[in-house]
Ligand binder design. Structure first.
Ligand code: PEP
Length: 252
């Protein structure tokens, strides 16, 4: 089935408000033919979300949160709710990024609750999964990804599932310059598609599965030409308009 490709830039802890506004404007102005053909989002830090969303208004650039808390409100110092993301102008939220899992102890259960909170607030979750190098070398890639997908999406009905994007991001490829080959990515994406069919039946054919891990202008097109690679989650190469736009155009 034809799925609109979805490319999201994860800016991590980069860009001040002024820098974020500038980059969004450059992206909006540079999309050209890709506007409306490729879904494009950026995930600035929390402090720049509102300004980025305002700068993106009226363009094809959408805004995503990098994380969210699952509760609606309360005594959770440092956290931000899904409704707050929505109010700031977000349409998406990233959950389960490997940096959150590895550096901040995010569990599959937390991912499930965060995805649920985003959906309840009308936002679309981007649920990240992926194996470490040790897990790949031990032949456990598919087992790890299977667990992360099933537990991260547990309990969602078909309607909710249809609003989710899954991002396959092998941890060994993130920020390392090592990219999965197109064949390695396709193998795992096809396995994820099967799990999604198990969970959601026919709705799963519409779910986008992004690849993430050192995506650059030079490898984006080949990766996204694989049948189950429906876009990219881009870290480092999303920080410069020229590189990110080249990746987006690789999805055409
Ligand atoms: C990411 O952090 O989601 C990512 C894929 O980073 P990079 O593109 O820098 O490897």
């Amino acid at each position: 089935m034809a799925r609109t490709k979805f490319v999201c830039g994860n800016w991590k802890m980069h860009k001040t408000v002024a820098e974020a506004v500038q980059l969004v404007k450059e992206l909006a102005a540079g999309l050209g033919d890709a506007a409306g053909k490729v879904q494009v989002a950026v995930a600035p830090p929390f402090t720049a979300l509102h300004a980025a969303a305002q700068a993106a208004a009226g363009s094809a650039v959408e805004v995503a949160g990098q994380d969210v808390h699952w509760e609606v409100q309360g005594a959770f110092t440092g956290e931000v709710s899904a409704a707050m993301l929505a109010e700031a102008g977000c349409r998406h939220g990233i959950v389960g990024h490997s940096e959150r899992r590895q550096l901040f102890g995010e569990t599959d259960e937390a991912v499930r609750r965060k995805a649920g909170a985003l959906l309840a607030a009308g936002l679309a979750p981007i649920v990240c999964v992926g194996e470490t190098l040790a897990e790949r070398e031990a032949g456990r890639t598919l087992e790890v990804v299977d667990r992360q997908v099933r537990q991260g999406l547990a309990g969602l009905d078909a309607g909710a599932l249809g609003r989710v994007t899954v991002a396959y991001e092998p941890v060994w490829a993130i920020g390392t310059g090592k990219t999965a080959t197109a064949a390695q990515a396709q193998e795992v994406h096809a396995a994820i598609r099967k799990i999604l069919r198990d969970l959601g039946g026919s709705v799963s054919d519409a779910i986008r599965i992004q690849y993430g891990g050192s995506v650059k202008p030079e490898n984006a097109q080949e990766l996204m030409s694989q049948p189950d690679v429906d876009g990219a989650l881009v870290g480092g190469a999303s920080l410069k308009a020229k590189d990110f736009l080249a990746i987006v155009k690789g999805a055409l």
